[in-house]
Design a protein around this ligand. Sequence first.
Ligand code: NAD
Ligand code: AHE
Ligand code: ZN
Length: 375
Amino acid sequence: TVGKTITCKAAVAWEAGKDLTIEDIEVEAPKAHEVRIEIYYTGVCHTDAYTLSGKDPEGAFPIVLGHEGAGIVESVGDDVTSVKPGDHVIALYTPECKECKFCKSGKTNLCGKIRATQGKGVMPDGTSRFKCKGKDLLHFMGTSTFSQYTVVADISVVAIKDPAPMDRTCLLGCGITTGYGAAVITANVEEGSNVAVFGAGCVGLSVIQGAVKNKAGKIIVVDTNDKKKEWAEKFGGTDFVNPAKLGDQKIQDKLVEMTDGGCDYTFDCTGNVQVMRAALEACHKGWGQSIIIGVAPAGAEISTRPFQLVTGRQWKGCAFGGVKGRTQLPGLVKDYQDGKLKVDEFITHRQPLAKINDAFHDMHAGDCIRCVVNM
Ligand code: NAD
Ligand code: AHE
Ligand code: ZN
């Protein structure tokens, strides 16, 4: 059966560095193993701004951005068994096919099944489901949540069986899950261990939340914006350091001093490669681990003296916190509903779709943790 094309509003990024424009776009019906979702709410993540800026080596235009969305399944293509029309869902930019080498490894949440086409901005069959003014628009991160309707692969969506407020749970589609998972799954922070979190945006504050859950000892939050001190404390940070106010002392030296030899776990939630270096060098000799979460611009590279690794510090990284979306995300929604996971606290701004550019401006103003866009 072939469904109908839907015409709806979407925020289109026509070219790098320009504001999005609200357009009427045509969204084709889902093909086999595809799902069409009516998006109700989407968050705006720093990564959307990063790709829009032109600094993402995979970024191409015109494109429908957005990857932090919740909605309701409108229709499904042939052979879709995991979700059905009417299901409340969260879109997954890290899909989970449960069959590929990656999914079966038990070592990673990265799924290999559709990564190549996802990176090119097309559906797994190599084509787009979006059209505007006669032109194809690219998909983004397999999700494209800045559209009232989007089409995703069936492995890129998870149903949330217990109804939960989508205007909040959308944030579990990226920022909150990423930071929380990085602490609880990727690092698996141990009780009493000392943690440093660089960058107290949605991702960094979620790392704090995960470190608190795992009963970390010190949770030192490092941010160049003093306004983040209060935010860090609200989420359970025990100390706050503004690295711009240390005079001649390097931030890594300050952290080593504060933790009797270095941190057990550090997290980069800034995307700045100098910060990544400091985070690695702030680790304890012999065992300290530094987890890279931030996304760096094309051409940027990390460096440190190899001696840092020879002497037992480890560099790691993760996408989506190491969380397997279809298997583990419903559990995080349940934790939220049971009052065990903070979500509402991250929402500082709300905008209607027509004002989505304001959500990007809010983000750059430095007093926004997350802006949720009502589609
Ligand atoms: P954000 O902009 O809300 O937060 C970044 C914070 O870092 C801000 O508070 C800022 O003041 C602080 N900061 C900037 N420069 C700093 C410096 N030199 N030292 C200390 N602090 C500094 O961003 P976010 O949405 O929380 O995302 C954080 C990063 O994580 C981004 O790079 C984003 O692209 C990336 N990200 C990665 C994943 C993943 O799966 N790996 C998922 C989501 C986001
Ligand atoms: N396309 C960029 C990298 C962007 C990137 O690392 N994205 C993260 C998610 S950020 C969410 O806010 C990710 O999922 N990475 C793993 C993957 O497979 O893309 C580049 O440098 O090419
Ligand atoms: Zn994101």
